[in-house]
Design a protein around this ligand. Structure first.
Ligand SMILES: *Cc1c(COP(=O)(O)O)cnc(C)c1O
Length: 371
């Protein structure tokens, strides 16, 4: 055994790989046969751990993985991932060389970058900006010229044509359909020149709620983790949250009216109560603004986070509940969903799990039945 393995319980993210696999299968079950499933494991798999999650997603039927940066692609290769890896973000010429060095596929989003690719070669996806306004060519005619240029460059493998939807997670919005129509106007004639091009546009929200967006491949991130792109209940889509964030009760003290807790005396007891100190804080990714706003669960019972969340600790008002030293404190899990925590913080579930820091120990479970 690794003598330096972290056996601490202070801040633990337990990731259920069985849930990851079940989510991959739940997404797969919605796809026509032959549609590729690209599991997006950028940002350390949204905080869940890129290598274990990426491997599990591939085992469960994902066809390839996507990341945002070249370092993320290298990490997967060093971990032994042999499947295709697509890097979604923009790259410098130096990063392009590294991408080729680990046989990752890259996105071509501008004429300048296409010229670099023509020099180095590589496997590429050409991106049209149909309304997201980030990377991608705006002008379909220019994008077609770029495809032709790359098709005539030795060493360049034209793999895909792609776009990205800005509003797929807003059920009432018609903009996603407009973007898809623009993409189709570009790719319909293009497919006649390059029939092998893999067309892709859908993120999780589009994959789930906009079947017409699935095309030849879907790029699914948040849903793989069992989180809801619409910020409601993932169960609505048959998804199972994979991550449980826990700490433990390190101290319990009685608090009399007038006693204060934490920085700035943000909490002052108005009645007699008991306060549990929990060794997890904003340096672990438990946001400071949860103070006075968040909840935790101890033995399935919910209690408010009071006072300020500090860097390494927070305080919970446990009242007269039967709570003992060492009891597990759940910050995210069956009793407190990521969506609930995100709602209390006025943000989205993505930001919550991506924000879990390196200091949080990741443990991997295989508890959910592997159907
Ligand atoms: C992050 C990302 C995705 C995945 O989005 P989810 O909403 O997590 O499914 C897909 N495509 C691109 C280009 C991305 O950057």
């Amino acid at each position: 055994m690794n003598p330096r393995a972290d056996t601490s319980h202070r801040a633990v993210a337990a990731v259920d790989l069985g849930a990851i696999a079940a989510n991959v299968r739940a997404v797969r079950a919605r796809l026509r046969t032959g549609v590729f499933l690209c599991a997006v494991v950028k940002a350390n798999a949204y905080g869940h751990g890129a290598l274990p999650v990426g491997r599990e997603a591939l085992r469960a039927g994902a066809d390839l993985l996507a990341v945002a940066t070249v370092a993320e692609a290298e990490l997967l290769r060093e971990g032994g991932v042999g499947a295709s890896i697509l890097i979604l973000g923009p790259l410098t010429p130096e990063e392009l060389e590294r991408a080729n060095g680990c046989s990752a596929e890259v996105v071509v989003w501008s004429d300048a970058f296409a010229r670099h690719v023509a020099r180095t070669g590589g496997r590429v996806h050409v991106k049209l900006d149909t309304g997201m306004g980030r990377i991608g060519l705006r002008d379909p005619a220019a994008a077609t010229r770029l495809v032709r240029f790359l098709a005539n460059s030795g060493g360049v493998d034209l793999v895909g044509a792609m776009t990205h939807l800005a509003t797929a997670d807003q059920p009432g919005s018609s903009f996603a359909r407009e973007q898809l129509a623009r993409f189709k106007d570009w790719t319909d004639p293009l497919k006649e020149e390059e029939p092998g091009l893999l067309l892709h546009a859908a993120n999780s929200a589009a994959t789930l709620a906009l079947p017409a967006s699935r095309l030849d491949m879907v790029r699914v991130g948040i849903a793989i983790y069992g989180l809801d792109p619409f910020q409601n209940d993932p169960e609505d889509w048959g998804l199972a949250p994979a991550l449980r964030l826990t700490s433990y009760v390190a101290d319990i003290k009685a608090c009399e009216p007038g006693d204060s807790v934490g920085y700035g005396q943000a909490f002052v007891a108005r009645r007699s109560t008991r306060i549990a100190t929990v060794p997890i804080g904003y340096a672990d990714g438990v946001r400071r603004s949860l103070g006075g706003r968040g909840v935790v669960a101890i033995a399935d019972q919910r209690h408010p986070i009071i006072g300020r969340v500090s860097m390494d600790m927070l305080a919970v008002d446990i009242g007269a509940a039967e709570v003992g030293l060492g009891d597990t404190v759940e910050l995210i899990g069956p009793s407190v969903s990521v969506e609930e925590m995100a709602g209390r913080l006025d943000t989205i579930n993505y930001e919550i799990t991506c924000g879990l820091s390196q200091r949080v120990v990741r443990r991997y479970l295989e508890t959910t039945s592997r159907r």
